[in-house]
Ligand binder design. Structure first.
Ligand SMILES: [Zn+2]
Length: 219
């Protein structure tokens, strides 16, 4: 078999056997590195980020981030259980932190590791608005958007340099950094595609409503 066609075959098999299911849409999604391997990497990156940044604790704002995060996590579990997805969150280790940084941003890593920057608080003026942002960020994680972005990057690399090099180490940090935009720029997440943003908006609205927040109050 020629080298090129064997690569094509390997890629096809890899995609075929490497899918996860998005419980919100029912669609299969690309997941070359299983969450059981991806999550520990994300958790380590999250801890490193917390170590290198100022985490705010004991303030009203920090308590609000934790409270909203817990309500969104409970809402996610309730929604998933009600729709036949018991156990979907088994590997999640939810954590919610407010970090001193004037950047207007918030994110949720795979496995439920959330950061809100203080810079976003003046923009999100009440708890319902924080919940809407939290719901959106958590939705990216629940729908495995980071996983898909990483898998797509991995396939590109396999196509470019060959199977052995790309998959030599399944915790390949360069790929992880490419997928999440962290590492040298810890905490700066690359933008998601427009399709993923729309999906996160929809799922986020569900989570916010199930958590008992009024989405209209967030405007
Ligand atoms: Zn988003």
């Amino acid at each position: 078999m020629k080298f090129k066609s064997s690569i094509t075959l390997v890629l096809t098999l890899l995609v075929f056997f490497s899918c996860a299911r998005n419980p919100f849409t029912g669609q299969s999604t690309l997941a070359i590195v299983p969450n059981s391997q991806l999550f520990p990497t994300a958790f380590a990156q999250y801890n490193q980020f917390l170590n290198e940044n100022k985490v705010i604790t004991g303030t009203k704002e920090a308590e609000m981030i934790t409270r909203v995060g817990q309500r969104i996590a409970v809402a996610a579990e309730r929604w998933l259980n009600a729709h036949g997805n018991q156990g979907y969150l088994n590997d999640y280790k939810w954590e919610y932190n407010l970090v001193k940084d004037e950047t207007i941003n918030a994110w949720c890593m795979p496995g439920g590791k959330i950061v809100f920057y203080t810079g976003i608080l003046p923009v999100a003026q009440n708890e319902a608005a924080v919940a809407a942002i939290m719901g959106h960020e958590v939705a990216h994680a629940l729908a495995n958007h980071g996983q898909q972005r990483m898998s797509a990057g991995m396939l590109q690399q396999v196509a470019a340099v060959g199977m052995n090099v790309a998959l030599k180490d399944d915790k390949n940090l360069a790929l992880y950094n490419q997928a999440f935009g962290i590492g040298s720029q810890v905490g700066v997440m690359l933008p998601f595609s427009r399709g993923h943003e729309t999906e996160a908006d929809k799922i986020g609205l569900i989570l916010t409503a199930v958590a008992g927040y009024n989405p209209r109050r967030s405007c």
